[in-house]
Design a protein around this ligand. Sequence first.
Ligand SMILES: Cc1ncc(COP(=O)(O)O)c(C=O)c1O
Length: 357
Amino acid sequence: MNSQFTVRFWTSISLFKRYSSSNVIRHGLVGMVGRTPMVRLNKISDETGCDILAKAEMCNGGGSVKDRAAYFLIREALNNGQLKPGGTVVEGTAGNTGIGLAHMCLSMGFKCVIYMPNNQSQEKIDLLKTLGADVRPVPVVPWDDPNNYNHQAKRFADSIENAVWTNQFDNRANRQAHIETTGPEIWEETNGKVDAVTFSTGTGGTLAGVGIFLKEKNPKIQVVLADPQGSVLYNYFKHGKFERTPGDSITEGIGQGRLTENLKGAPVDDAWPIMEPDLLNMTFRLLDEEGFFVGASTGLNVFSAYQLAKQMGPGHTVVTCLCDTGQRYYAKLFCREVLEKRGLLDSLSEKYHKYLH
Ligand SMILES: Cc1ncc(COP(=O)(O)O)c(C=O)c1O
């Protein structure tokens, strides 16, 4: 065993355990998982008479909400002996989880292999490569095909020594991250004065983990699932049917075609679909009014929180999260031509067109 690695690794583990006791000095990248700022979104809060708060998840070390899951997936593989120093972390992911894992692997001394569908943007592939990951784009096939990128990731991990397929969708270490970190942070930072939370779901880890923790504290806290067009979760939680809502979405990393293990048993009080024009205008409103440059899943989360605040009435506190920054979607979400091709340009308020390139 490489002693330099061992020191680096155990330092990051023990510091992570202690991270909650120090808000001042973060030790390394792992120390930058969690304890993100809780931000009041002033304009929409004032408009609704509520406090609309958001955890600024882009402030995690790897730049997104998925860093929490990435760290906990690795931590569980270490705890159960699947992964040992110098080993390989393998995941099937097209986005933020891969970026989070690649950052964690560099900081903890593991190798990282990412399988992804071969229709993903070159920017993501380039970023993952820059972060030292071995990126393997494979043909796009559905989940039930053995050559789906997730199954290929599992097979590869099974085929080599000292490797783990972290399996973000169905490994509950993912939601555990939010039971142990995001949920308690929201509870503490609002002094228990939270009436509702709302999140979009990819794996479902954030919504389920936060919901499970907060319901234990106060069962009256409302948990609302916000779903993009083309996902089955709205219909599942509202009507018990796995039926996709019409259309598709410019959002990335969210929306789902099945009930993942992370989402099973999640305490969901209500679910609603969020339409593309609403999430798009909220994404640009956050930039224009508040100066937050965020991705479309954040626009969806915040639109949902805004809608929930209006429904609940003045005096309530609604919490969501800012998932990542707009930088990751610069070429698509902020591009006039792309929005035009997707038929979205006309639904974006004229006053926001100045932000397009
Ligand atoms: C940009 C973005 N927002 C939101 C989510 C949803 O998080 P979760 O997987 O915890 O449901 C993801 C997940 O990948 C994401 O990439």
